[in-house]
Structures are given as structure tokens and as C-alpha cells.
Design a protein around this ligand. Sequence first.
Ligand code: TXA
Ligand code: MG
Length: 316
Amino acid sequence: MITTDLTLIKQQLEQGEVVGIPTETVYGIAANIFDEQAIDKIFSTKKRPNSNPLIVHVKSIEQAKSLVLDFPKKAELLASRFWPGPLTLILPKNKLVSDKVSSNQPTVAIRIPNHEKALELLNMLDFPIAAPSANPYNRISPTRSSHVENYFPQMAILEGGHCTAGVESTILSFEGDNVLLLRHGAISIEEIEAVVGRISDRTAFDSTHISPGRSKKHYSPLCDLIISYEPLFVLSAIQHKKVGMLWFNQVKIDSPKVSVNKVLAPSGTFKEAAANMYDSLHQLEKEGVDLIIVERLPNHGLGRTINDRFERAAAK
Ligand code: TXA
Ligand code: MG
């Protein structure tokens, strides 16, 4: 059920239910972080392994500080520059944060979402909410309330329009004076480095220890997906019956071999491409194609984040 009724969503959360909520990045499945049974429901609803910790959404820096033992100087700088916004900080948790939320890690992932409805809701509640993306484990992330409803028809979902960023938050952790990048996201490395100087990219690590959810396969459509700088070459070599092409800023071939052509960013900006990325995958999946060929973007700025998501969507 999709609703605009904030009071109903608030009541559901207070009663220990999980609900769908909008953020600027993707929709989340939310629950009260202080209600362990509600937290269990997030994991069971998503079929997510208990070893993969959740992101906590707070209404203010003060509320974030109430959950951690330490807030390093560089974290302060980044929070004051990017919050509310698509930046998640991994910080040492205090005892208010249960091991269920953090999957037994000594740290907790925190952000303030930059979405009017999410902030309105957080300000009505006297607890923070944990919210992973509102997709079954490893499936395409949802950027519209209808995507969440398709996955979880029984759930109450707060309507919040199409997510403006359209890709998950960037995740950073801190090690001494070093800032580590654990997940590419809606804020580019270049933007982060403009605030804190050079950071270490740990996204390519076997991250089972660092960021447990960074499995190679993720964000996947049900059909095959190939990402390439040479989509036309790929097209000439494949035998699939119903092919969807996902171009960056213009269609480069109109061939009888292609059933659907889609353009991520007619304006040619990475920001527009990010905003349309998951939505385009949902649409192509709905069209029933058996292969999606994606044109790889230049590997800088948000182009890197978008390539990262398509690479994981392509992984078997
Ligand atoms: O944009 C977003 O971040 C969205 C919206 C809903 O806020 N949320 C989201 O959550 O993407 P999720 O659960 O799909 O991804 C959270 C990632 C996972 O890869 C998880 O392993 C990592 O954050 N994570 C959470 N807590 C962590 C911790 N204490 N240490 C390391 N990684 C952590
Ligand atoms: Mg996710």
C-alpha cells in the first residue's frame, strides 16, 4: 500500500512494523533501531544475511553523535559539508546501537537523508531508523514507490516521488587520519577529496571484513547484462532473442537485433545518468528482454559509481 499519510507510517514504526520510505538516493525498508524484533523483520523481509549491517538514518548531527563513541575531525568536516545528503559515515558505535543493527561490528553506519518527507518523518519520531535499500537481497534497487510495491506488496510505503540522486550513498570509514572509501556512491571521490584531501579507495578489496555488503553480485536484473565501451561489438557477437540497449547520451544504432533502446542521460550529464540508472533497469526488465547491453561511461566522477553498479549487476 502506497500512502502519503506520515502519521500512519509513524504509527507503523512505533508498533514495530517495517515500512518503505523515500530518500534522495533509493527507497529504504525502515524500522526503529531500538526495536530488535523490528530489525529482525528487515533482514527476513529482504532475505538479507544477518552478517550484512544496516545504515542508521538520523535527523541531525546531534542525534548521530548520540550513537557513537567518537566523531573524528574529518568526519565532522564531511558531515558539515554533505549532510543532509548521500554520504554514509562508519563510526565507532556506543552501547545504544544493538549488535543486530551493526551485525556484530564495533561500528555503525550513519547518515542524514536529504529528502523532505524522510526528514519530516524523522522529526516526528523519537528514535532513529535503520534502513537498507528496499529490494530483495541482490536485486535492482528501488527509486520509485511502485518499485517497492512490486517487491513487497504487503508493506506500507511512504510516497516520495522519484529519487533525485537515484544511486546509493557513498560510504566512508576512518582509520587514524586516513579516510577510506568503502562504496562508490552519489557523491564522487573528487567531491570528497576537495574537502579532506586524498582518500584511499578500498572498494576493490575483498571487502567481506570491511563492508560486508559489498558482494560482487548485486543490483541485478533477472536477465543477462553486459557492460562495455563497445556495445556495438557486443551486439554483433551475441545470440540473445530480445535485446535492450542502454546508451549513455544517445542511441548509436537502430538495428533489427535490438528490441528496446534507452538513453540514460539525454543532457549528457553523469548526474542525470545516475538518476535514471535503476529506473531504466526496472523498465527493461518489465519489457521482458533477455539481455541488457550497457554502454560504459567514462571512468571519473559519478561515471565511476554508475560503472560500479552495472559491473555488479553484470556479475554472475
Ligand atoms: O543510499 C543509501 O545508503 C541507502 C538509503 C536507503 O539510505 N541505503 C543503503 O543501504 O544502500 P544498504 O543496506 O543497501 O547498504 C548498506 C551498506 C552495506 O554494503 C553494508 O555492508 C554497509 O553499508 N555497512 C553498514 N554498516 C557498516 C559497518 N558498520 N561497517 C562497514 N560497512 C557497513
Ligand atoms: Mg542495497
